[in-house]
Design a protein around this ligand. Structure first.
Ligand code: SF4
Ligand code: MG
Length: 327
């Protein structure tokens, strides 16, 4: 809720005034238990920062993170450690921060030990169960991380997250490094596990074609702001924000009912140190007017939305209508 994450700009360049990268600037969203909420956007939009703030891997500048009625942003490190068992994260490379000379068995055992998630006498059976859950043979336990392929490594990453019986799993670009067919396998595995274990996912990705297979709800971010939130179906069939339309036009369509708008954007993403005034997308938006340069659009329900569908654009309704008429 109203989460802000400002990082002090390092580099000696800026001396006079303290400047901050507004990596995440006043965003609010919630995830329903047992569902998947995705955050999409280009790199630097603040999606990973949001995930890291929830885990307090980076301290949020301000705001609240309510989890089970507890504000994670404002509890002590000690209390947080207790909660950490309930929230796990899977990164692009699950082994990046792990000792490569540790067998999978040691790694899982350690995860269970830290959180005391499984009684000592039950750990052996639980490890074998975890391997079965993620679709790996039990003898994988005796092997080392480098003996596995990318997809298998991600399965182990999932097993490690599950070892502490979490409720919420944050997947940060968890399938981005994998081939498309392996991506599909891992996504199917995540969906299966969600059903079986009633897991909640926060799925962070730059890739809308991946997001469409796993999400219930989607948040689109641009330069630290949420520009659109909607249920997956609505976002893909009725994207209201020009930026969402741009992202969508970059992926191939399968569904003929989806209204596709071809929009060309100008230039690159501006720096988050000095984000554009007004609507942050105005420097690239083909529909921008004078108003867009000065007035920041509010994230609000639009007349074309299907309920629970919010967009932050002064002209979302007009642009959507105009574009749908063209098709
Ligand atoms: Fe484009 Fe203006 Fe809408 Fe921003 S508010 S997305 S600049 S039309
Ligand atoms: Mg990232």
């Amino acid at each position: 809720r109203e989460l802000k994450q400002y990082f002090p700009v390092k580099k000696e360049k800026i001396r006079q005034k303290k400047q901050f990268v507004k990596a995440v600037d006043d965003i609010s969203f919630s995830i329903k238990k047992g569902t998947t909420l995705s955050i999409v956007g280009e790199s630097g939009c603040g999606k990973s920062t949001t995930g890291r703030a929830i885990l307090r891997l980076d301290e949020p500048t301000s705001g609240q993170i309510i989890y089970d009625q507890v504000d994670l942003a404002n509890i002590s490190r000690k209390e947080l450690k207790k909660m950490r068992g309930q929230i796990q994260v899977i990164f692009q490379d699950p082994f990046a921060s792990l000792n490569p000379r540790r067998t999978i068995r040691k790694m899982l055992y350690e995860a269970m030990d830290i959180q005391q998630s499984v009684k000592k006498e039950d750990r052996e059976a639980r490890m074998i169960e975890l391997m079965t859950l993620v679709g790996l043979p039990p003898d994988s336990l005796e092997r080392l991380p480098h003996e596995f392929s990318g997809g298998q490594r991600q399965r182990i990453g999932i097993a490690r997250a599950l070892a502490v019986n979490p409720e919420l799993i944050i997947c940060d670009e968890a399938v981005s490094a994998l081939d498309v067919s392996i991506q599909a396998q891992i996504i199917n595995l995540l969906k299966k596990l969600q059903k079986e274990l009633d897991l909640t996912y926060l799925f962070i990705s730059h890739d809308l074609s991946v997001v469409r297979h796993i999400s219930d709800r989607v948040v689109v971010m641009y330069l630290g702001k949420i520009v659109e939130i909607a249920d997956k179906k609505d976002l893909f069939s009725k994207p209201l924000h020009p930026y969402t339309q741009v992202l969508l036009s970059a992926i191939p369509t399968i569904d003929m009912n989806e209204e596709r708008v071809e929009i060309e954007v100008n230039g690159d993403v501006p720096s988050p140190i000095n984000p554009p005034s007004g609507c942050r997308f105005h420097t690239r938006c083909p529909f921008a007017t004078e108003l867009c340069k000065t007035k920041e659009p509010e994230l609000a329900e639009k007349e074309n939305g299907t309920g629970n569908h919010l967009a932050a654009c002064h002209f979302a309704d007009e642009i959507f209508n105009k574009n749908s008429m063209k098709i």
